[in-house]
Every structure is written in C-alpha cells, then in structure tokens.
Ligand binder design. Structure first.
Ligand code: GSH
Length: 213
C-alpha cells in the first residue's frame, strides 16, 4: 500500500488528489510541521531535504510532488490521468506539469517565504515578496491564455494530473492581490476539478474545510 507523508494543504495535496482519483489504497502519515517534524532525524532519513511530501511505495521512497504525481500516473495508466508515453499530448502534459512545479510553485514559495532569501532585511523582504507575486501573476496569465484557447483543462477536455496540481497551487495563492480565481478560465478549471469527489475527499482527509481554492 502507498504511504503518503503529508501536512494539511502542503505539497502533498496534488499527489493526494491523484491517489484518490486513481482509487488506490494508501496510508496518510502526518509529518507534524507545526513542530518542525520535517527536520527530524527520522524524517530526514527518508527525505534529506526535510520537505513534505514523501511517498513510500514498497521499497521505493520518493520525494518531489511532481515526481510523485508522475510515478503514480505511470503506475496506473488505465486511469488515463496522463496521455500515453510518446504521444505529443504527453509532451504537453510534461510541459505544463513542469511549468507548474518549476516556475509557478517556486515563485509562490518565494512569495510565501521571502525572508528565507532576505533574512531580517524588512525592506528587502517586501521587494522580494512583491517581485515574486508579480512573476507568479505573469505565470498565471500564461496559464489563463492557454486555457482560453485550449481549455477548459490543461489538455482540453481531458482531465490530467496537471489539473490537480494547479488546484494545489491555486489554494496556496488565494491571498494574492490578484489570486488565480480572478482569471475566468482558471476559475472554470478550478470549479471543474474541485467538484470532483476525489478532490473533496483528499482535502477532507487533510482536515481542510470550506472552499478549496
Ligand atoms: N519541490 C518540493 C517542495 C516541497 C516543499 O517545499 N514543501 C513544503 C511544504 S508545501 C515544506 O516541506 N516546507 C517545510 C520547510 O521548508 O521546512 C516538492 O514539490 O515536493
């Protein structure tokens, strides 16, 4: 059985939604981030970066949310949460998933934690935060343009794991002055995906109540 090490609404949310949509049995293991458990000796032994999530799949211990998502969709190709390997659509799926994790997610991390770059320099922290919000907003605009032309989901009308990944990031980005949902085509995707029972179940298991994103 899969084991997903998580903390509510952290980067485990996308793998968690995918596990639910796949209908796979899994065990959730809380990493008590409120008490810095992600930096405990025990957790560092499975995730040397001290970051959440980690997936344990038998003898395989896997970190990085996007890698976990890719592994899960590859293990269960019959669920069609990604196009077939080698198809042009698969390449576009890689493009969007990697854009989400490598560009948007990283910018959101800087926006959420600018002091990790600036230390105690309050003025610099504000500049970094504002810059990260602007850059994240520009990435969201790119997604909005793509969805307007090619939507309603990343791969047209074909649900893929990239859609779940955007839900996770959109939840984090809710406090932005121009949040993801302010863009109509992103809002439509978020409405479609958060209406899925699998998505609601995943967030419920994590103790998240109310609107998801
Ligand atoms: N690139 C990693 C980032 C994971 C990450 O930064 N997770 C956050 C929670 S969303 C975390 O563990 N933060 C704890 C810390 O930085 O100490 C991934 O996508 O899995």
């Amino acid at each position: 059985m899969y084991q997903l090490h998580y903390f509510p609404s952290n980067a485990n949310a996308a793998p968690h939604m995918v596990l639910e949509e796949l209908g796979q049995a899994y065990e959730l293991v809380l990493v008590d981030r409120a008490n810095n458990a992600q930096k405990s000796e025990e957790y560092l032994a499975i995730n040397p970066n001290g970051r959440i999530p980690t997936l344990v799949d038998g003898g395989l211990v896997l970190s990085e949310a996007a890698a976990i998502v890719l592994h899960l969709v590859d293990q269960h190709p019959e669920a069609n949460l990604a196009p077939r390997i080698g198809a042009p659509e698969r390449a576009k799926f890689y493009q969007w998933l990697i854009f989400l994790t490598n560009s948007l997610q990283e910018e959101l991390m800087i926006w959420q934690y600018p002091d990790r770059l600036t230390g105690t320099e309050a003025a610099a922290t504000e500049i970094v935060r504002d810059g990260a919000e602007r850059r994240a907003g520009a990435y969201l605009d790119v997604i909005e343009q793509h969805l307007e032309t090619n939507g309603p989901l990343f791969l047209g009308d074909k649900l893929s794991a990239a859609d779940f990944y955007l839900v996770m990031l959109a939840r984090w980005a809710r406090p932005m002055s121009n949040p993801p949902r302010s863009r109509p085509h992103i809002a439509r995707l978020l409405d479609m995906v958060t209406a899925l029972p699998a998505v609601r179940r995943a967030y419920e298991h994590e103790g998240v109540t109310g609107e998801i994103c």
